[in-house]
Design a protein around this ligand. Structure first.
Ligand SMILES: [Zn+2]
Length: 247
């Protein structure tokens, strides 16, 4: 049994990026930990009549819990930092919180967004940088056999539908995970985020109506640090299929 720690800023990031991977590894008996750094209280509220930020935060936390039930998350860890405010936070406070989580969970693998944030969102970029720093710092506290591997997750098919969010160059991708048996789980996880109908309909059209054909059979990763060693990623074409624990 291994432990995977996913770190994202908003409820729905995890479902868009890697709900299939979460489901696959939980089905295989591994433990899945998911940090959500904010409660998404700056998001849209979709078809629901939600007028205050506090109510939206708790509504989105409930949606996230439904999504994590779909993907078999072992523990959901909510930081409840301000949505849209991660870059304005004291960086050391953010890194320290992440480092504490890493030291407590002792994950084999940590996964977060790449430095381009996939969508360019400031929270995504800030949390990517802070997570990398926290992984590096955690090595000073842990024994070498406890050090984790750090991967970035990209969503290349996101730009099929959201071309205006595409970065000038996508982060190099070094491997993909086959989630063809988990596409229904991923669809159900995305469906849980009903208040985000605008984003869901843009990135994954059809899902809210129960049509999961838009979900691709792979999720995409880049290994950037392994057992204390920094790795310069080089994009490989075609992207090879891999498994976190057999590379
Ligand atoms: Zn997000």
């Amino acid at each position: 049994m291994k432990k995977l720690l996913f770190i994202f800023p908003h409820p729905d990031d995890e479902s868009f990026a890697c709900a299939g991977t979460m489901s696959k590894y939980s089905e295989a008996g591994h433990e899945i930990y998911h940090v959500c750094a904010t409660s998404g209280d700056k998001g849209k509220c979709g078809p629901f009549n939600i007028t205050c930020k506090k109510e939206l935060a708790s509504f989105r936390e409930n949606e996230l819990k439904k999504a994590t039930d779909c993907t078999g998350v072992t523990e959901l860890i909510l930081y409840r930092f301000p949505d849209g405010g991660l870059s304005a936070m004291n960086r050391e406070t953010l890194v320290e919180k992440l480092r504490e989580t890493i030291i407590k969970v002792l994950p084999d693998v940590v996964i977060t967004f790449p430095p381009d944030g996939v969508t360019g969102h400031n929270d995504h970029i800030t949390l990517s940088e802070a997570t990398k720093q926290a992984v590096v710092e955690s090595e000073q506290w842990l024994k070498p056999h406890e050090w984790c591997d750090l991967y970035y997750v990209s969503i290349p098919h996101y730009y099929d539908h959201c071309t205006d969010h595409a970065p000038s160059a996508t982060y190099p991708i070094t491997g993909k995970i086959d989630i063809s048996s988990q596409t229904d789980r991923k669809g159900q996880a995305i469906q849980a985020h009903k208040s985000q109908e605008y984003s869901v309909n843009r990135a994954y059209p059809g899902i809210l109506e129960g049509d999961f054909r838009v979900i691709k059979p792979y999720e995409y990763y880049t290994l950037i640090r392994s057992k204390g060693v920094e790795i310069t990623p080089i994009a490989v074409e075609p992207v090879p299929v891999f498994d976190f624990f057999t590379v």
